[in-house]
Design a protein around this ligand. Sequence first.
Ligand SMILES: [Fe+2]
Length: 293
Amino acid sequence: MNDTKNPLAGLEEWEDFLKERYPEPKAKPSQAANPEKKKEEFRNYESDARPSVREFYRLNHRHQTYDFVQAKRKEFLSRTRREMSVWEALEYLNTLVDDSDPDTDLSQLDHLLQTAEQIRGDGHPRWFILAGLIHDLGKILCLYGEPQWAVVGDTFPVGCAWSDRIVFHQFFADNADSQEARYQTRLGVYEEGRGLDQVCLSWGHDEYPFHVVKDYLPPEALYMIRYHSFYPAHRGGEYGHLMNELDRTMFKWVRAFNPYDLYTKSHQRPNLAELRPFYDDLIREYLPAKLRW
Ligand SMILES: [Fe+2]
């Protein structure tokens, strides 16, 4: 997969970079005055990034224009490609081989089960566990032949000014929208406080599975799926002016989900045969036997 179109050795290289940029918050936030913490904050993630990651963001920021996102929404959100159960989708995603983590041969399904099991172990509601299991199913976009920069990457609104807290902000200079005055204001094509549902984010693996399950899961779980890569908002605190009250309430859940997404991967392979009955029940509780993809 490592070529000029797809610079990452695997999608996990992007997630490894996220962990560098957003280190696990310390248990005691009172350590803010600690010089160690200061060093962390001022670290330059961009200059430390691997060349492959840098190139990935260059492509992402260059090509994710407002028109590109509209075209991808039209192409994928009608969901006429396949009908698959959750397990079929998980098995399909499992055919995606990630070469970026040479230390382990854990599959995409193993990682998703690890996330879900950690959520379950912490005693969270059943829909929270299910969100953990399915939140990355949108990565099957890669198997449809989509380039990495249109599948992963921290998402950001298109059609309005890019927050300067988006990583590698300078690469937006090569985005055609930088020449469109109507897309370069604080609100752009949107209205203040109208809500994120009206806002198009850069295209990737969050929006697509949200549409697949949006009729079935509680809103908290849907927000987790739809916005889990929206780091400029849920970790950066940006774009509050586009949110409404519901978004602000629901983003508490997006933030609650984030540590399970980012910090739960281990080398321990989950025992699928043992876990399968629990997850069969869980999937049946919320979702129909077949979903449209
Ligand atoms: Fe993800």
